[in-house]
Design a protein around this ligand. Structure first.
Ligand code: ZN
Length: 144
């Protein structure tokens, strides 16, 4: 135990947890001979335990949100990648699909067929749907 407040202050700045433990030990010695002080120490310890529990709950919540955010960013990145491939397969503007008049790439003219479709991506992503549609069209009585 140090009786020197300057030493205690130095310890608090250098190692707050060690200073807290030292203070707690000193107050505990004082409380040994004073039932009122002992009761106050118990109340303070209980309050600190509640705060520690609340902090642990908040940290767990923050960790869950961070994990969800990371998963969402990954899913968004995958969706953007797929959308860019589909735009290339259809010859559409990958920035706006022709939806934005102020698009620097297409000035709003970049809908499907705006430019030549990427042949490999067209074969992979679009041709199977075109073939399927051609097979089912007659059954639906489509006159297009
Ligand atoms: Zn565009």
């Amino acid at each position: 135990m140090t009786d020197d407040p300057a030493q205690l202050l130095t310890l608090m700045q250098r190692d707050p947890e060690a200073a807290r433990q030292l203070l707690e030990a000193n107050v505990g010695q004082l409380a040994a001979g004073n039932p009122m002080m002992a009761m106050m120490m118990q109340l303070m310890a209980a309050q600190r335990g509640q705060r520690d529990d609340a902090v642990a709950i908040r940290r767990a919540r923050v960790d869950r949100v961070r994990t969800q955010l990371r998963d969402l960013r990954e899913a968004l990145g995958n969706a953007h990648e797929l959308l860019a491939e589909l735009a290339a397969a259809l010859g559409a503007c990958g920035d706006c699909w022709g939806e934005l008049d102020d698009c620097a790439s297409c000035h709003g003219r970049g809908g499907p067929g705006w430019r030549s479709p990427d042949p490999e991506l067209f074969d992979e992503l679009v041709a199977p749907a075109v073939r399927r549609r051609a097979r089912i069209q007659p059954k639906e009585g489509n006159t297009e």
